[in-house]
Design a protein around this ligand. Structure first.
Ligand SMILES: Nc1ncnc2c1ncn2[C@@H]1O[C@H](COP(=O)(O)OP(=O)(O)OP(=O)(O)O)[C@@H](O)[C@H]1O
Ligand SMILES: [Mg+2]
Length: 275
């Protein structure tokens, strides 16, 4: 892990910033001029209706899709993310909604799939020890690391997928609908896990449809609507109704007026940066 140990003293300076991101699929503008800031030790939720562009944004960040326009700044430097390997190298890990686990393999095998520790042969003991360490750090309730993943609950599978993404020691972790398929108790477990990630100083991006889950863990809530930003809200001071209104477009006027005012003020003050 990085030297950042908890969220208490971490300033809200973004470690990852997207600006002016466009992504088109033929005639479909999936993302238009999208901005997003992600801070270490904070949970940023991305919410929006079906087709709002959430998954496309996740895929741009994880190197699955290449943005058509815009800039990505990571750790203060402008970077290019043109492949999943680029994202991994930067320290951006993604847990996709389907988790991409191999059901027939056990927990250790899944954690180390494709990156088995080798000197001259697989070091089974080291991998098993490392698996337990990792799961313990996440306070995960997994009965055994030698059971096939098929035998685990949905929440436990999500935990294994998150644990696997942490092996690369990322700075940012993106979770796409981490609670979508889970029951009440399992959802609570995964939300606790997200808290743990935040406390460890990771920047967490959570895509979710569930307003309760978003409210439970998010610090900031970025709303996408029809492929564009429709407000970034402070979770502590914003009601669910306000967020739902931004998602559905009922606050189009208020939000766009405020955005327009801010932009106008910025350009009047000469702080607008159009180059
Ligand atoms: N590979 C693709 N090819 C063509 N169009 C795409 C592709 N991926 C996404 N789109 C389109 O881009 C838009 C945004 O889709 P995206 O999957 O990002 O939405 P979403 O917010 O994740 O929605 P959902 O909540 O339904 O998952 C939609 O109109 C979608 O049809
Ligand atoms: Mg999606």
């Amino acid at each position: 892990m990085s030297s950042i140990t908890n969220s208490a003293g971490i300033p809200d300076r973004p470690i990852l910033s997207l600006a002016g991101i466009d992504k088109n699929f033929a005639a479909v503008a999936a993302l238009t001029d999208v901005h997003l800031d992600v801070a270490a030790g904070r949970v940023t939720a991305i919410v929006g209706d079906n087709g709002a562009g959430k998954s496309t944004l996740v895929k741009v960040l994880s190197g699955v899709h290449r943005a058509d326009a815009g800039t990505i700044t990571f750790g203060g430097e402008q970077v290019r993310i043109t492949s999943p390997a680029d994202a991994r190298r930067l320290g951006i890990a993604t847990v996709f909604q389907d988790l991409a686990l191999c059901e027939n393999l056990n927990v250790v095998e899944n954690l180390f799939l494709g990156r088995e520790l080798r000197r001259t042969r697989l070091d089974e003991t080291t991998m098993e020890t490392r698996s337990w360490e990792l799961l313990r750090q996440l306070s995960a309730k997994i009965p055994s690391v030698r059971v096939p993943v098929a035998a685990l609950s949905g929440g436990q599978k999500q935990t294994v997928a998150i644990a696997r993404s942490l092996l690369g020691d990322p700075k940012i972790i993106i979770l796409d609908e981490p609670t979508a398929a889970l029951g009440v108790a399992q959802t609570a477990e995964v939300l606790n896990l997200i808290e743990t990630l935040r406390q460890r100083g990771l920047g967490v991006i959570m895509v979710s449809h569930n307003m309760d889950d978003v409210r439970a863990v998010a610090d900031h809530i970025a709303v996408l609507r029809l492929g564009r930003n429709n407000g970034v809200f402070d979770a502590a001071t914003t009601s669910s109704e306000q967020i739902v209104a931004a998602i559905t477009g009922a606050t189009d006027n208020a939000v766009t007026r405020r955005t327009a005012r801010t932009a106008a003020a910025a350009s009047t003050n000469g702080v607008g940066n159009d180059d």
